[in-house]
Design a protein around this ligand. Structure first.
Ligand SMILES: *Cc1c(COP(=O)(O)O)cnc(C)c1O
Length: 708
């Protein structure tokens, strides 16, 4: 009896539950209301339910289910016959140490901002599934990224609720004698201390560095306050803690990584600490560099020069003064490692240059991004042609079980015992698809869309109430407005657009010609509806203005109730949107989307991508498995680019997407549409997932084989 409660408690403390449909169901069924209200956090949920209730219900409501989930969980943790054991046994012995400034694992653990973090979280989960010995390193942001509200003018308001460790699946790392493990880093003239937390994600462990301790002055405690918050000074402090602090934490815990993986340049200072350790062993300068290089790999994510972290020479001097004295490295030697111009170290220190200089291999995150990166960094390799620049690519994917978890996974399980096999081969996926009728796929689509629309109804009621209460809205006005606000229908072609509101993603592009959009949305027999969500960075007023514009448009009479903006985009909203919509829209300015992953999430739900040929899409798009906006045309002039892409978007909607969605056979099934869905699942699901991606990293980058 008590055993079942202990099992539930234990399950709540390993984020494995977040990609197990049945485990999630247990938590949700305990109290759907508390589950929703606590942001799907099982630790908070369990705390709010009395032992009496748990005892009573665990026995009768959930008895077998808990046992079944728990034994699946322990079997998972103890499995020895994994992909890694069979293919990369080297990576079972010593861990891969994966450094990332953010990890998006679940919406209840708010230590991520957007795609980079979600990618890191999905990477961690697949590494665990594949049996790779894997540790992640990041910071414990007590306020996380902000929670987004909109005011009545449609302007984004940020607030930063605190995350308490006792509400998270984290555990303090302590020494054998029970005292906290503490590491320290030098920043300017100070010694800054950090305690360490660990968070279990299946078999993988994520370590979180935390400066929130009394030994630190308050401005150093703030290093672990917000994801990408603050100024350049905060930024460099966070990156020192992540890179240098991260290496020190691994040392303290006696973890000897097989390889250090830098996910984006934020963590590149780790190479300095590794160099320092070489120096302290008396290794000569060039040999030390070679040794460090042989242990590090680097993934770049930023296709525009301005997007890379750069620090001024003065800032570097001020911040690293004490550190350099300790590690026996001259300031100029350090500047040289991060300078784009090797003849002149008086310019900026670029984190990407440091990472490229001190890693044995580097990669971009899609084929196109690999090419763009080789062009962008060719000047660092004057003796090489662009094609020879040592930056390859591994295209990003998504974690299948996380993104299909729930109804969709159960749907697929009707047709296959091993949903994971669909992430391995096209043949296996096609064999599964062959067992499924068009009617079944169409029912899946309806179910998922209904689910999203019902959710939006509840969510919007709350959102609109908060949005307008400050301006003296009366309850009655609010209800009047609310009725007619969400008139979404599951019969209507539904477009989704949700991601960070970085301006290059051009969220408002579809509103360029309001008359034309009106005719598409309000077509008498073939209408369309659009759901938006996304956060702008708190310092990005242009991004916030994009949100405001969309809110404005959504209030025009012709769009009211048909164009919806959902506030506070996060992993939970993402899951609902990618599963519910028919078409996932993406409109970046090519080639600024290094990869993008959100479109990959929609595929197993039967969603189709409609995107500029940027990031992962030019690799995946075959003419039959979704839709493209244009053909990769580029213009110097922004206005021209926007006009061109908008025109292509409208004409593709009018001539291809809308007609094929509404073309039905005698049983009211859109046969051609479903054919596209099948093609998308067969060609995209087996390729654009993190199992494939992590296997590629393991065999091509983590194992130090010469051909790389
Ligand atoms: C997947 C995801 C992203 C990445 O979206 P892109 O369209 O690839 O930029 C960002 N935020 C959240 C919450 C996500 O789930």
């Amino acid at each position: 009896m008590q055993k079942k409660i202990i099992a539930l408690q234990e399950l709540s403390k390993n984020l494995w539950w977040s990609w197990d449909t049945e485990a999630k169901q247990i938590f949700e069924e305990l109290s759907p209301l508390l589950w929703e209200r606590n942001n799907h956090n099982p630790i908070e949920l369990l705390r709010q339910i009395s032992d009496d209730e748990l005892v009573a219900r665990c026995n009768f409501d959930f008895g077998e289910k808990i046992d079944r989930v728990y034994s699946r969980f322990t079997a998972y943790l103890n499995e020895n016959n994994t992909w890694a054991a069979n293919n990369t046994p080297e990576l079972v012995k010593n861990p891969v140490a994966y450094f990332s400034a953010e990890f998006g694992i679940h919406e209840s653990v708010r230590i991520y901002s957007g795609g980079l973090g979600v990618l890191a979280g999905d990477h961690l989960k697949s590494a665990s599934d594949l049996g790779i010995n894997f540790v992640g390193i990041t910071l414990f942001y007590r306020e996380g990224y902000f929670r987004q509200h909109l005011n009545h003018e449609g302007w984004q308001i940020e607030d930063y609720p605190l995350q308490h460790p006792e509400n998270l699946p984290v555990e303090k790392v302590t020494r054998a004698d029970g005292k906290d493990v503490i590491i320290s880093v030098n920043i300017a003239q100070s010694e800054v201390f950090a305690q360490i937390w660990k968070l279990k994600v299946g078999r993988a462990t994520l370590y979180l560095l935390d400066t929130n301790i009394n030994a630190n002055e308050s401005h150093y405690r703030d290093i672990c306050c917000r994801v990408y918050g603050g100024d350049q000074n905060m930024r460099i402090n966070q990156e020192i803690l992540l890179g240098i602090g991260g290496v020190k934490l691994l040392n303290q815990l006696n973890i000897e990584p097989a390889v250090y993986h830098m996910n984006e340049g934020h963590s590149a200072f780790l190479t300095l600490e590794l160099l320092a350790q070489e120096h302290s062993k008396g290794v000569a300068k060039q040999q030390a560099i070679d040794n460090v290089k042989s242990r590090c790999v680097f993934t770049t994510h930023t296709p525009v020069p301005a997007g890379h972290d750069r620090f001024s020479r003065d800032m570097m001097h001020y911040t690293f003064d004490k550190y350099l004295a300790r590690i026996d490295m001259s300031f100029n030697d350090m500047m040289l490692l991060g300078s784009e111009d090797k003849e002149d170290t008086h310019g900026l220190f670029t984190m990407t240059v440091l990472a490229l200089t001190l890693s044995r291999s580097a990669n971009g995150v899609s084929k196109l991004h690999g090419e763009v990166s080789r062009n962008m960094w060719q000047h660092l390799y004057p003796e090489k042609t662009v094609a020879e620049v040592p930056i390859g690519h591994i295209t990003n994917g998504v974690h299948g079980s996380t993104w299909a978890c729930g109804y969709t996974e159960q749907f697929w399980k009707n047709f296959t015992d091993d949903i994971d096999e669909m992430t391995f081969s096209r043949e296996a996926t096609e064999a599964v698809l062959a067992k499924i009728s068009d009617e079944e796929l169409w029912a899946l689509r309806y179910n998922l869309k209904r689910n999203l629309i019902d959710f939006i109804d509840r969510y919007l009621a709350n959102q609109l109430f908060h949005q307008h209460q400050h301006v003296g809205f009366l309850q009655n006005d609010y209800y009047a407005m609310q009725s007619g606000t969400n008139t979404l229908s599951p019969d209507v072609l539904t477009i989704g657009f949700a991601r960070r509101f970085a301006t290059y993603k051009r969220a408002p592009l579809i509103f360029r010609d309001l008359g034309r959009l009106d005719r598409i949305i309000n077509h008498p027999i073939r209408p369309m509806q659009i759901v938006f969500a996304g956060k702008a960075h708190p310092h990005d007023d242009a991004g916030k203005d994009y949100i405001r514009q969309i809110i404005d448009h959504s209030r025009r009479p012709q769009f009211a109730g048909k164009v919806i903006f959902l506030e506070n985009y996060n992993l939970g909203i993402a899951k609902r949107m990618v599963s519910g919509v028919d078409v996932w829209l993406n409109t970046p300015v090519r080639p600024m989307e290094a990869s993008g992953t959100s479109g990959e999430k929609t595929v197993l739900h039967g969603g189709l991508n409609f995107s500029v040929l940027d990031g992962w899409w030019p690799e995946a798009y075959n003419g039959e498995n979704g839709f493209s906006i244009g053909n990769g045309e580029s213009f110097e002039n922004h206005e021209e680019q926007d006009s061109f892409d908008a025109e292509k978007m409208y004409s593709t909607l009018e001539n291809q997407i809308v007609p094929s969605f509404y073309e039905r056979n005698e049983n009211n099934i859109p046969v051609k549409w479903i054919k596209k869905i099948r093609n998308a699942i067969a060609t995209i699901a087996p390729e654009y997932n993190t199992h494939r991606m992590v296997r590629d990293y393991a065999t091509r980058y983590y194992l130090n084989r010469k051909e790389n």
